[in-house]
Design a protein around this ligand. Structure first.
Ligand SMILES: Cc1cc2nc3c(=O)[nH]c(=O)nc-3n(C[C@H](O)[C@H](O)[C@H](O)COP(=O)(O)OP(=O)(O)OC[C@H]3O[C@@H](n4cnc5c(N)ncnc54)[C@H](O)[C@@H]3O)c2cc1C
Length: 445
């Protein structure tokens, strides 16, 4: 038994934890009866990969094949996105979809059907999977794709590990000329301005905004929109970049050595941080060429930044509301958050495209993600926010959740019932895939 948690350090549990190098070893572990769940790299925030018995997938991490013509990569599910980038960017290939951290596994990316800054153009991860192999609870391996065993494929993409253990997947990488991004930043002084800026950015491949959730009144929603395209060689201006367009110079890696004391996160320190960040960007629109790490993974430059929230841990509240409810809904919810004074220094706003798969979180609309240190006050606030999100026809992201109740899940995920039934059928037998999250939100018993 050992202590284990996901990224938010809440909850922390004692579990029996083991890994596997071969499918035979995995099969032997699945022969032991009881509840079990896959654990990728623990970058979901709550309890989606926690259970009394946990199967670590990280050792199952080999590249299996790559086609240099088409960009088709087949790899085992424990490979990290960072490992793919390390090998393939220098050969002129990039991920089709990437979240705000590259420290996640391919299995975790499929199971949560992760989205990136290009969701409005390219959809989420599941959309790019050509085929994958998944081990079921009885040890059999199912090959599935959008056309082969499609029902099984649909409950595995975004299925949070409840249909089986993803063994390997094939997907197509994206051709790039350089390791750089042509980034444009736009400063918006309130919510209306940032929403206008998003509407005007539909043609950009990547867009995301950092929003100051502590700004109130006329300044509520002040933000910085960052939109980008993969830079071509002719976009590069610095000699150093031109000489090695596919080998970005790495920035410094900083670390947070210990858990921060709770007082480090008081509203004043957060306000100061927000203000400094906003004022770093001059008013108007600005262009620059930056390496892909700075554009996609600014937080990865600080090791263990989750420790800044102290021992109590934190959670991320990420919701999406449909576009029609966008302006009014976002204003109402944001006002409630700013009034509470509990808002985090990290808040990300994004405009999604259509829902991509059966259990996908994104829907055409606005999503906002905020971190909150765990507290009773925050838990009460979340209940209020849940009611608002549900009333506006929105939902919460399972990969960030550690506290939603079954009623909220049921109300807001239109395929909840069908998903539950499918998982119940697949779970028949002595070994059951289930997580603390799936038990809490009523998908598994
Ligand atoms: C800084 C940060 C930024 C983030 N930004 C985004 C973002 O922009 N967009 C986004 O969509 N997400 C984002 N996330 C969330 C993250 O991408 C997802 O939670 C992802 O699922 C984590 O993958 P993991 O490998 O760490 O898996 P874990 O967190 O360990 O597990 C996540 C889920 O996947 C299942 N799983 C893992 N491996 C397998 C497998 N081989 N077979 C079956 N099931 C498996 C687990 O059972 C669990 O249900 C962010 C997280 C962090 C920490």
């Amino acid at each position: 038994m050992r202590k284990i948690s996901d990224w938010g350090n809440y909850p922390v549990i004692e579990a029996e934890v083991s890994g596997f190098d071969t499918t035979a070893q995995l099969r032997a572990q699945l022969e032991q009866p009881g509840d079990v769940i896959a654990f990728g790299n623990g970058r979901s925030y709550g309890d989606a990969s926690l259970q009394n018995r946990i199967l670590l997938t990280r050792r199952f991490n080999k590249f299996l094949s790559f086609n240099d013509e088409t960009g088709e990569l087949c790899c085992q599910a424990g490979v990290l996105l960072s490992e793919i980038l390390d090998v393939f960017v220098q050969r002129g290939w990039f991920l089709p979809v990437t979240p705000g951290t590259k420290q996640i596994t391919v299995g975790g990316a499929i199971a949560a059907d992760v989205h990136g800054k290009n969701h409005h153009v390219d959809g989420s991860m599941g959309h790019h999977i050509i085929t994958m192999d998944v081990m079921r609870n009885d040890g059999t391996v199912v090959t599935c794709s959008p056309t082969e065993n499609a029902e099984f494929f649909n409950v595995t993409v975004g299925g949070m590990g409840l249909s089986g253990i993803i063994l390997n997947a094939t997907f197509r990488l994206r051709k790039v000329d350089t390791a750089y991004i042509r980034e444009e930043t736009v400063r918006a002084s309130n919510l209306d301005e940032i929403m206008d800026a998003f509407e005007a950015s539909n043609d950009w491949t990547y867009s995301v905004a950092w929003i100051d959730c502590l700004a109130k009144g006329d300044r509520m929603g002040r933000s910085i929109l960052m939109r980008g395209e993969h830079a071509t060689t002719s976009d590069l201006v610095q000699q150093m970049h031109k000489e090695a367009p596919l080998s970005p110079k790495q920035g410094m890696q900083l670390g947070i050595p210990i858990n921060f004391p709770d007082f480090a996160l008081n509203p004043l320190s957060m306000k100061a941080f927000n203000f400094a960040y906003y004022n770093k960007t001059r008013p108007g629109t600005h262009q620059q060429i930056i390496n892909y790490n700075s554009f996609f993974y600014p937080l990865d430059a600080i090791d263990n930044w989750n420790r800044i929230y102290g021992k109590r841990g934190f959670t991320q509240y990420q919701f999406v509301i449909p576009k029609e409810a966008g302006r009014e809904g976002m204003r109402t919810i944001l006002k409630r958050i700013t009034d509470s004074g509990l808002g985090s220094f990290l808040a990300v706003l994004k405009l999604f495209g259509e829902q991509d798969s059966f259990m996908s979180f994104p829907m055409a609309g606005y999503t906002l993600a905020l971190d909150f240190p765990i507290s009773l006050k925050a838990m009460d606030l979340f209940k209020e926010l849940d009611a608002m999100v549900a009333d506006y026809g929105g939902r919460l992201y399972l990969a960030k959740d550690s506290r939603m109740d079954a009623a909220m899940f049921e109300k807001t995920y239109p395929n909840a019932d069908e998903f539950r039934q499918a998982i119940a059928l697949l779970n028949e037998g002595a070994t059951k895939f289930s997580s603390l999250q799936s038990q809490r939100i009523g998908i598994t018993s």
